[in-house]
Structures are given as C-alpha cells and as structure tokens.
Write a protein that binds this ligand. Structure first.
Ligand code: SF4
Ligand code: SF4
Length: 489
C-alpha cells in the first residue's frame, strides 16, 4: 500500500519546483487572511450540490489502493454490533423512558439492557449521569437561555420535517419491488454491464442531489449482529445478512456551511440527515423500478449497518482521528446514507490521500472536543480492526446536554479538511496529498491553529456546568433570534 501511495505522489524535486516549497499556500498571514476572505464567498460552500456531479472533483484514481487503510487484526475476530444495546441512540432513549417512569435501579431494566449495563459499567455510569444530572440541568438552562436559539431550533425542526419512513416489513419483503397499480411485478431487467450500471447509478444519485457517490461490495462484518428497533428484523434474533445485500451504494452531502460553522449551538445534523435520507429513499425506489432489491439505510438512526467503514470501502475517504470519514471534497462535513442492493455493479476502490499521516500530528479535533471523547493517542484494535476509537459516552453526554438543536459536531467544524470549496482549500489539499517532503502538513496545521482558533473547550458547556454556551463562530445573521423576535413583548 505504501508503494502504491509512493507512486502516486510527485517526487521531492518536482514537488518543490512546482510549489516553491509549498510557499504558495503556507506563505504566511497574508495568504491566510486572503483565504479567510475567500471563505466568505457564499458561492464557495463546501460541496455545493450539483446535479451534474461536478462537486465530486477529486482525482481518486491517483490515490486508489487495493485494501482500505484500517487494518484487520491478526489475533482478534470481527465482532458485529448489537444495535439494541451498543448503539447509544438505541439503548439510551429506552433508558430515558424507563427512568422517567420512576425506575432507577439496574435490576428493573429489561433484557438485554440489564446484562449489557452489568458488563459495561462505564457506559452505565455515563448514561445514568446524563439521565439523573445532565438532562434536568439542560431543561433548566434551556428555559433560561434558550430564547437565543429559537430560530436555530425552528431551522432544525424544519429540516427534519420531511422524513420518509422505513417499511416495517422484513427485508425479504420490504427490499423487493412490489406489484404496481396494474397488478404487475417488474422482473429484474437485463443490464448490459456492471460498469455501465455503476455509471448510471452515480449519475442518477448526483441528479437527485448527492454530492458524493461511491460503490463497494458489502463486507458482512459491518452489518449489525442484532437490529435497531424499527428495521423489520425480529428484535431478539441475530441478523443473518440477507443474500441480496451484495453491494452498498454510498450517497451523501454536507451540512449547510454557515450554521455548521456556528456549531454546536446553531448547526443541526438534521439539515443534511433529511436531505441524504430523502435521496437514499429515491435511489432505492429507482433501483426497485429496474426489478432489483434495494434498501435505504439512513440517518438519523435507521441503519442495519455501520456506515463509516462502508464509506471508506466505497472510496470516498479515510477515517480521521475523530472517527468520522474525511473526504477530499467535503472534509468531515459529509452526511452519508447507504443503499444495499443486488443490482450488479462495478465497485470503486478505497483511497488514501494523506489523512492517516495528517491526523498523526494534527489533533485539532481532540483539542477542540469539549468532552475529551477524541483520543490524542494511537489507533487501537476494536472489534477486530485497528482504528481510532471515539469514547461515545463522553461525546453523547456533551452533545446531549448542549442547548442548541441536538448535537455538537465541533470536531467536524474544526477539522482542517472541512473547509469551503475555494481555491485555497483545493491548493492546500493538492499539496498535502502529494507532498513527499513532509513539510506541508505541519505548516497547514500551524495555519489552522493560528487563524481558526476557537473558544476554550470548557466554554462550550451550558452555564449550569460552568460554561458559556459558546459556539465555534458567530451565528449567521438569519439565525440570530434577538434580531427578529421581541422576547420581551
Ligand atoms: S461531536 Fe463534539 S463532543 Fe463529540 S467527539 Fe465531536 S467535538 Fe467531541
Ligand atoms: S482535526 Fe486533524 S486530527 Fe482531527 S480528523 Fe481532522 S485532520 Fe485528523
């Protein structure tokens, strides 16, 4: 893999000649300030949606590798996720409901939650802390300080108001075409060639509003061992990976730039969740009309599988230190959905464009993370693969107690790769991805820290926890509630 990457980069002499030792991009404050100004151009939003697919403009072929960068551990075995308990969204909200009814002891919890918590005491303490301490404080602070976030809340609610629902039938039924209004069932059409079909599917996905599209064969290690609640699988039986889940098509797009930059309070994941959800449902409908099985796995929580490694397998990016996939075009500001299908397709190859190396020294996300959920250390073996590991309980307890409309995303906002799609970002990315000198990444990290400094991590907390309810940047003018609403009236 290293050889392949070495072939991809320019040689040292050519690189220095081409870039003037990277001076064009890291030449100091003048260039950076110019870049900041360029970043204000509304036409340089990250991943401006394009129905022509022109926002997917990174030359992936030059960085293609045969195997994804995460490494399969030689000793331990892959361990698929029990989504009933191991996915925080799944167990936690059940816990909240149960404890709201007055039950606060472990012995009163139903299975499998009780057994899970007995063997995962750190998670139990963290979830208990949220339910009994943080949640009541959040309610109190929201009453006192929440007016400022009225428009942010309205924006978030509006973005989640279009929300296609999963078919609750089992996948053997829900994923397949149904009889049409004439009582006819479309048999699978004979497609000419998988390569042509992939080209068609990518074009259609872009046309539907997907900024990035990638295709991979589905690795069954990424399918949950036990299902999420609404998936159509029997709740307490292990998932047998359906035979028709042969390929995974990854689609997705970014969150809108201005609210995103004012995370955690003014951004909302529902913005991009809703749009990628709708487009995955549309793409599945398109494939079913060709007579093939298709199932959308979509945000917020309607997944039967773990999405980030599938995004990596499909050649769209690499995992960053914050455990989110970093894509060349959108950085970490990419909200994916997956469509599994038996439509024969030609898979893409994974890519390596320099993120693994960059993350070793950057650590900006870890320094900006209010909860300490992101490790500053090395990768660890988790579930049979070596990768960066996020402390999900810490992350959840912070974003779940944030006054904004659900979430944090500061690690995404502060990541140097998550920049607007302007000339400066593209130049920096080109230099970083091709640099054999090792000079560019530290310089870019320095610039990022120097010119994109955020508040201290402690200031992001709600006032009852000693914080100032800070945001990374000022909110966009159209989300400043005090400028539009008379709260004293
Ligand atoms: S979302 Fe916020 S709390 Fe969670 S890892 Fe990212 S920065 Fe940390
Ligand atoms: S902020 Fe830095 S360390 Fe974190 S994911 Fe982005 S590049 Fe990697």
């Amino acid at each position: 893999m290293a050889d392949k990457r070495a072939k991809n980069v320019l040689n040292r002499r050519a690189f220095l000649k081409t870039t003037g030792a990277a001076g064009a991009v890291v030449g100091g404050a003048g260039v950076s300030m110019f870049g900041l100004a360029a970043g204000k151009d509304p036409n340089s939003y990250t991943g401006l949606e394009s129905s022509q697919g022109s926002a997917q403009n990174f030359n992936r072929e030059r960085f293609a590798v045969d195997q994804p960068h995460y490494v399969r551990d030689q000793v331990s075995q892959p361990d698929r996720i029990d989504a009933r308990t191991e996915v925080v969204f799944s167990r936690f909200y059940k816990l909240l409901q149960i404890w709201k009814q007055g039950t606060t002891t472990l012995a009163d919890l139903p299975e499998p939650m009780q057994s899970y918590y007995r063997t995962h005491t750190t998670e139990f303490e963290a979830d208990l802390h949220y339910v009994t301490k943080l949640y009541p404080l959040l309610r109190k602070d929201h009453k006192r300080y929440g007016d400022s976030l009225t428009l942010a809340g309205a924006w978030s609610d509006a973005m989640s108001s279009v929300w296609p629902k999963w078919d609750s039938d089992p996948p053997e039924v829900a994923d397949f075409p149904k009889v049409d209004q004439h009582g006819e069932l479309q048999a699978p059409l004979k497609m000419k060639h998988p390569t042509k079909t992939s080209k068609l599917i990518k074009k259609v996905a872009h046309q539907m509003g997907s900024t990035l599209v990638g295709i991979t064969k589905l690795n069954p290690d990424w399918v949950y061992r036990y299902p999420m609640k609404r998936s159509g699988f029997p709740q307490n039986e292990p998932i047998e990976v359906p035979a028709h889940w042969q390929y995974a098509i990854v689609v997705g797009l970014p969150m809108s730039w201005d609210p995103f930059l004012a995370n955690p309070n003014y951004g909302t994941s529902f913005d991009a969740y809703s749009r990628s959800r709708v487009l995955a449902f549309r793409l599945a409908a398109f494939i079913k009309k060709l007579g093939y099985a298709a199932r959308p796995h979509v945000p917020g929580t309607d997944y039967d599988l773990v999405v980030p490694p599938i995004v990596i397998d499909a050649g769209l990016g690499e995992q960053g230190r914050h455990s989110i996939v970093v894509t060349p075009e959108l950085g970490s500001n990419f909200r994916p959905a997956v469509v599994t299908t038996n439509l024969p397709l030609a898979p893409d190859k994974p890519i390596e464009f320099g993120v693994q190396n960059f993350c070793k020294s950057c650590k900006i996300c870890a320094e900006n993370c209010p909860s300490g959920a992101i490790s500053t250390g090395d990768k660890v073996v988790s579930r049979g693969y070596r990768r960066y590991q996020l402390d999900i309980s810490k992350c959840h307890n912070f974003w779940g107690s944030n006054l904004g409309p659900v979430g944090c995303r500061l690690c995404v906002t502060s990541c140097p790769y998550s920049r607007k799609s302007n000339w400066l970002h593209r130049t920096a990315l080109t230099l970083s991805s091709n640099d054999p000198t090792g000079m560019v990444d530290p310089a870019l990290t320095w610039l990022q820290k120097r010119f994109f400094e955020g508040p201290e991590a402690s200031k992001y907390y709600m006032p009852s926890l000693g914080g100032e309810n800070a945001s990374y940047r000022e909110p966009p003018w159209w989300l400043v509630a005090e400028d539009f609403i008379d709260f004293k009236g």
